[in-house]
Design a protein around this ligand. Structure first.
Ligand code: B12
Ligand code: SF4
Ligand code: SF4
Length: 380
């Protein structure tokens, strides 16, 4: 591959095209280029949402917007950003393991981020071979992935706030290579394509999409599942059987569904690993810390503490468990006597939801458990 500036030419479109082609050969489904300028709209949106409390203690890109919206904070010599999208669309939805199965969101059915990083890494290596600096970021707190993907002309911001790619929907994970190379940037951003549709707003189980493109994290199940502490009682029933992530605002999205139906990309993406779409609730509640981190360590789990997985599993147990099932009763008994008060409190909720009030110890004097007991209509 040729250095862009070897010839002294300022037209770097040939070199850019070679890099984009390399990205596609390396497995990226879509790839584009943005300039390394500050992402002002995203910075403003983050600051506004923090002021309005819509971020609900999320850190990620919100912790340091000066950094996450400025590629030169990661690489001072940055001139361009190559953005890649890796599809996790699948036409095959794997079967439940058993009646007591917890649902895993599609973007983590396999480690798609690992595949994405590997593909971006090949572009970065080529850039370095050609004498440029290059840093790969994928789902990293140092970059707002959707905004830079939009600037690179990959897609438009859907009302569900995901980046939708024309003709392909939103089942993509996004990442980028920040580079010192001066590349030819996307000519035009992609035109908005939602038109009058508002299915995502109307079908969000918690009404978390408070305006087109704006998520209130206080209500979004995807965040509440990751957030440490007591799970907001208002959204426990709506959680249903979800253990990690929520796909509802994408599963109703016409461009995303259309692509999924006609796509055979599943065979490509799923060949990475066996898709893991379900996990046994009993397994989460009976495995030790080491086993849980080994199996689910690629997920974002606050402080890498598997108790948050157990907390979520207890809510699911309350939502889908059968009060006549011996296994369900045994699991509840175990957690109603657990050493950790957070888990005892969620077990109280689950037992009450299943009508198993007789299992609950009303004399537990821990504050969290007491608060839970007070919130039960029958013991007020
Ligand atoms: C924080 C975060 C979350 C939070 C908050 C999401 C949010 N919408 O802010 C939570 C935990 C809830 C979450 C959930 C999910 N996430 Co997330 N998340 C992130 C993270 C780490 C940062 C996002 C961020 O910076 N937001 C800042 C806000 C300000 O950005 P924004 O909401 O997109 O706002 C823009 C729009 O409002 C737009 N805009 C401005 N004006 C207008 C006007 C209109 C009309 C419209 C439509 C838009 C618009 O401009 C704003 C600024 O760019 C990124 C990874 C990364 N490093 O970027 C992944 C990321 C955004 N998440 C991703 C995924 C896959 C998900 C889930 C689908 C996972 C799941 N199945 O549960 C859900 C989707 C929920 C949803 N509808 O957004 C992907 C998105 C891929 C894609 N195709 O868009 C990313 C990019 C991760 C990755 N690298 O692939 N996520
Ligand atoms: S991820 Fe789920 S809870 Fe969050 S906005 Fe989408 S549908 Fe609503
Ligand atoms: S469901 Fe409709 S409004 Fe929502 S993102 Fe998809 S096309 Fe846009």
């Amino acid at each position: 591959m040729q250095l862009a500036d070897e010839t002294g030419s300022t037209d770097n479109s040939g070199y850019t095209a070679q890099l984009l082609s390399l990205g596609r050969k390396a497995g990226l489904d879509h790839v584009g280029v943005a300039s390394a300028e500050v992402l002002h709209r995203a910075r403003q949106a983050i600051n506004q949402r923090k002021e309005q409390g819509l971020h609900n203690q999320m850190q990620f890109t919100y912790r340091n917007p000066e950094r996450s919206t400025d590629p030169t904070k990661t690489l001072p010599s940055a001139r361009s950003v190559i953005v890649g999208a890796y599809s996790y669309s699948s036409s095959q939805a794997p079967e439940k393991i058993n009646e007591l199965s917890a649902r895993i969101a599609r973007y983590v059915w396999s480690d798609f981020y690992a595949q994405l990083r590997q593909s971006l890494g090949q572009i970065a290596r080529q850039l370095e071979l050609d004498g440029h600096r290059a840093v790969v970021l994928a789902d990293d707190n140092a970059m707002v992935d959707r905004e830079v993907a939009y600037q690179a002309g990959l897609g438009w911001f859907g009302k569900n706030s995901n980046l939708l790619i024309s003709g392909a929907g939103s089942y993509f994970v996004l990442g980028c290579v920040i580079t010192s190379a001066e590349l030819a940037v996307a000519a035009q951003p992609v035109e908005e394509g939602c038109a009058s549709c508002r299915r995502c707003l109307d079908n969000c189980p918690t009404n978390a999409i408070v305006a087109p493109g704006v998520i209130d994290a206080n209500k979004c199940l995807a965040w509440l599942l990751q957030k440490p502490g007591v799970f907001d009682r208002n959204y426990r029933v709506a959680l249903g059987d979800r253990i990690y992530g929520c796909d509802d605002c994408q599963e109703v999205c016409p461009p995303t569904i259309r692509f999924e139906k006609k796509s055979n990309i599943s065979t490509v993406a799923m060949s990475v690993k066996q898709p893991k779409a379900w996990v046994s609730v009993a397994k989460i509640l009976t495995s030790d810390d080491g086993a849980l981190i080994k199996e689910f360590g690629a997920w974002y789990i606050a402080n890498r503490d598997p108790k948050w997985l157990r907390r979520n599993a207890l809510i699911i147990l309350g939502n889908i468990g059968d009060a006549n099932d011996v296994l369900v009763v045994d699991l509840l008994k175990q957690y109603l006597h657990h050493a950790d008060p957070v888990l005892r409190a969620h077990a109280v909720w689950a037992a009450a939801r299943l009508g198993l009030h007789q299992l609950i110890n009303r004399d537990d004097d821990d504050q969290l458990v007491q608060a839970e007991l007070q919130s039960l209509p029958s013991v007020k």
